[in-house]
Write a protein that binds this ligand. Sequence first.
Ligand code: ATP
Ligand code: MG
Length: 334
Amino acid sequence: MKKTILTGLRPTGNLHLGHLFGAGQNYVKLQDEYEFFLEIADVQALTDNFNNPEKVRKNVYEITMDLLAIGIDPKKVNIFLQSKIPEIAELTVYYSNLVTVNRLFRNPTVKAEVAQKKELFGNNGESITYGFLGYPVSQAADITALSGEVVPVGDDQLPLLEQCREIVRKFNNIYGETLKEPEAYLSNVTRLKGLDGNEKMGKSLGNAIFLVDSEEVISKKVMAAVTDPSKIKKDDPANPDICMVYYYHKLVTPDSELKNVCSECKAGKRGCVSCKKELINNLCEFLKPIKEKRKQYEDNPKLVKDILDNGTCNAKKKAEDTLRKVKHAMKIDY
Ligand code: ATP
Ligand code: MG
């Protein structure tokens, strides 16, 4: 029997390089070996985008096309839409009794995200909503609804996964062994930094290179990327280890070329502008086949919708089964 993977993305924007290196490449690698459910988490996206439903709706299709473009095979992976599986919402209600409000406030991911969303939740999180505070509970429902055993994620998700494991243990203790405890699966790049040097490239952080970005957009972003601040003149030596341009060169530049980038930078033989131009060129080459594949889906929106419908239908059957077991264990299977 194949083990089950459950993972997800929020339809809050297109996929960026952080998704690809932090999670997406693992999805592609693992899709042959596992029963695979990939959730487009539109309900979760609404917790901090409730005032912008058009954005979430549009990005459901955008992100599905991005996933297909990076090589997710819809014959192997069930891409499904969270809001079409009400069983997940029902599980969320039952699990919410098993988590204290204090524990949710102390969750490091929730804390970091609330601090980033001052406009929405206030300077000190005083306007946080019940829905946003509770999204880790709903994420535990996502994972367990599909009996996810392995969860490929970036490391920003680890506290959420730990929260899920706690809920599972508490559920099983009280109601009897019913749910499986999931495990995280991390990639080599557990957290890709942003162009601005921020610890995380994020859709909502304004520091990302998206897979759909045109050459012009990529040029603008890379030209503004953070480099070693001590390098003023073209022939000043610099430290590539604190330069975001070198950081991205390491992802997409062939090893033979990369050695020169590093040694020339250290020796003051490389100006930042030409270094950035090389990176722009390599990024565009790297993204070219992804964009070509995406085009096939852009030209066939009906196919994208059918893929989502089919994945959702398969996911719903599994979630119905889990809910039946949960209600039986909780003695509410009237
Ligand atoms: P948002 O800002 O709306 O939360 P996001 O960029 O964090 O968007 P998600 O949809 O929340 O993207 O995350 C999808 C998956 O991609 C998760 O597994 C997450 O850990 C991973 N991920 C997101 N950003 C990065 C990154 N910079 N490095 C590595 N993994 C990442
Ligand atoms: Mg996120």
